[in-house]
Design a protein around this ligand. Sequence first.
Ligand SMILES: *[C@@H]1O[C@H](CO)[C@@H](O)[C@H](O)[C@H]1NC(C)=O
Ligand SMILES: *[C@@H]1O[C@H](CO)[C@@H](O)[C@H](O)[C@H]1NC(C)=O
Ligand SMILES: *[C@@H]1O[C@H](CO)[C@@H](O)[C@H](O)[C@H]1NC(C)=O
Ligand SMILES: *[C@@H]1O[C@H](CO)[C@@H](O)[C@H](O)[C@H]1NC(C)=O
Ligand SMILES: *[C@@H]1O[C@H](CO)[C@@H](O)[C@H](O)[C@H]1NC(C)=O
Ligand SMILES: *[C@@H]1O[C@H](CO)[C@@H](O)[C@H](O)[C@H]1NC(C)=O
Length: 739
Amino acid sequence: MPCTVALLLSVLWLLLASLAATVNGTEQKAGCKSKCGNIDIPYPFGIGRQCSMEKWTNINCNTTFSPPKPFIATSNLEIVHISGFEVRIKNVPATSCYSQSGALVEDFSLLNFNFYGTPYTFSTKNKLTILGCDTNAMSGSANYSSGCISLCEKRENLMNSSCPGIGCCQTSIPKRLKEFYVILGSIYNYTNVWSFDPCGAAFLGEQDMYTFKASDFFNIRSSLIDIPIVLNFAVGNQTCKEAKDNSGTIVCTENSDCYDSVDDIGYICNCSTGYKGNPYLNKGCQDVNECEDGNNPCEGICINSEGSYKCSCPDDSYGDGRRDGSGCTKKNKKIPVLQLSLGLGGGIVVLLLGGSGLFHSLKKRQVSKLNQKYFQQNGGLLLKQNIASHEGGVESTKIYTAKELKLATNNFDRSQILGQGGYGTVYKGTLPDLSIVAIKKSKIFDESQLGQFINEVAILTQLNHRNVVKLMGCCLETEIPLLVYEFVSNGTLYHHLHENSDEHSSVSWEDRLRIAAETAEAIAYLHSAASTPIIHRDVKSANILLDSNFTAKVADFGASKLNPSDQTQIDTLVQGTMGYLDPEYFHTSQLTEKSDVYSFGVVLAELLTAKKPLCFERSQERNLATHFILSMKENNLFQILEAGLVNEKNTVQVQALAKLAKRCLSLKGETRPSMKEVAAELDRLRGFVKQTRTKHSSGKTMSVECDLYAIPSGSYSTDGTSGLYSMEKQMLRSMNFPR
Ligand SMILES: *[C@@H]1O[C@H](CO)[C@@H](O)[C@H](O)[C@H]1NC(C)=O
Ligand SMILES: *[C@@H]1O[C@H](CO)[C@@H](O)[C@H](O)[C@H]1NC(C)=O
Ligand SMILES: *[C@@H]1O[C@H](CO)[C@@H](O)[C@H](O)[C@H]1NC(C)=O
Ligand SMILES: *[C@@H]1O[C@H](CO)[C@@H](O)[C@H](O)[C@H]1NC(C)=O
Ligand SMILES: *[C@@H]1O[C@H](CO)[C@@H](O)[C@H](O)[C@H]1NC(C)=O
Ligand SMILES: *[C@@H]1O[C@H](CO)[C@@H](O)[C@H](O)[C@H]1NC(C)=O
């Protein structure tokens, strides 16, 4: 009886405590409005001069609109969101539309922003995006200029994607940009594309918020107006240190810290760790009660204190009480409950212990429920089934718990990061048995691809090839699935070829040939594996890992597709890496195994030349594949090989490898060799290397053998049909307008 009362009381107490925290949350000065319409206006922004820090944070809340709309000071820039130092404003795109005959019918083709003298700069989260199929745009400011050209021929080529490169092109903007103009133009006044694209646009806007759709061309202004422009706000024009040294005053209040702004102009304030609220207001930063937080860091008892908290364990268990630490372990199962219900005298003690105990066990149940939810949402059950149906695979596919991987990576500490890229982040992890693994945390996870993800994980875990990085297991309890791979210690082929500081890369010819052969074998294995061939889709030197013996291991199947065997082609959104991308696939969106062959051809060219696949410093040809093919055609192979690579012993193999690369780089997929043929050819070449060491066989017979695959004439042409190449060139050129 007394026990239930105590529990009820403590629940009530917890409820009250959480209420108090939300009541306290206003971020405005006393007597000032904290909202304009539906938009929160936190100080230093404010409605009216006495409510704002300065002229440019004085918000004009125009009540003619319903609901009212906030504008920056006296400008016509409408605010849609303010958080921390970021202010998002409604987009103002440059647009122009044409009639069928090519006459300009709607013209907003000039745009100019100027934020000099204000606390705002453009955030680099914005990209300059140009939309249209007959569109060019120049943009910039006093000391930077950029632009790009977007041309396309057919409506069928347009795809929905963030900015697929057809009908849409994008460029970054520099840091610290205060001023920005854009001039929109056209080459043929849209007369060639009018039926599916009568308009063009150029806008600066938050990249992550825009997804291209062909239908945007028909209501171009309204489809862009909701892509916000992100502005960075900062106080003054000095760094924290300068402000302290010069005037001795900064506006950051008690329990807050000063940070130099991301743009190096002015500074911003932020509540210190353990505090929350508005760092610009007097007493604005309030203690956070970590113990009430959804991510309560304690596994045991949590005690809040000013700016901090402490974890401990109940009497009957030991440990540091932290989720990311040793947690709490029961000492021995004995009879603690009886003692509690008997101890009527120590009422308050019972109430507190009972309260935090109940809270803790609720919390624990919530967390494990959430884990379970993610597990299901991420297809855990499907995977379990799938694994069970692959007899014998059970042992190799391990499902790790979130806790295990958190411990292995020291709570995903930055110091454990092995690599980072568009796909996500890879951490180094140490499992309890001291084995080292690589743990990949993907960036985004699209639910629609779930079935495929599961399938891929299930199949990859079945793969067993010494030149494919082994997937050891995964964790499905987190929002985004985590993948656990074997750890490969010696970096990537890309690193060894391009990033070693010595003048010449340190990979010997024999190693190069072996790495090529091993990689080819691995990809051939994928293409022919089991019942469902796998297309890697992102073959590149950065995805070829090397272990301590320089053995190649193909990695990163993030983009890979399972190719159902009854279909030889799959339609996909074009995905891959610039410089390695199969032009035929780029053009038709039809993925076949031959796309991997093309990308592998680029890797071969890299092995021969030690040049990067895309290089903006190269004067004539920025695309290595094109550069390589042209040089072969003009009999200039030896000029582009890496200096010192060729010697009298290996001339024949170098030439044979170059010919093989050329065939892989053939523009038409059909005329490229299969990966199996490539692997066989490389094997033959390697045999030759060994022979020359031992036997000195005559060059004559070998050159016959190396010519086994005659090069089909006309498989490559630089003009006429290869509009694609010029298109890729065009795009690259446009990314590099004069500065
Ligand atoms: C509010 O908006 C209306 C309509 O755009 C405009 O006419 C008016 O001048 C604005 N008022 C203020 C105070 O800016
Ligand atoms: C760009 O030019 C403006 C004035 O012409 C100058 O104030 C500013 O510092 C320059 N910005 C950069 C990044 O050089
Ligand atoms: C692109 O998106 C639009 C609207 O969401 C849809 O109608 C269209 O079918 C999509 N097109 C492609 C190729 O996915
Ligand atoms: C495009 O339109 C402009 C202005 O409307 C006109 O001066 C020019 O001749 C047109 N060019 C073409 C190629 O139609
Ligand atoms: C910095 O701002 C102050 C006042 O806001 C102004 O007087 C000063 O000229 C500015 N300095 C620079 C280098 O822009
Ligand atoms: C400010 O604090 C928040 C919450 O503590 C944090 O997420 C953010 O990164 C901090 N900003 C800066 C610039 O340090």
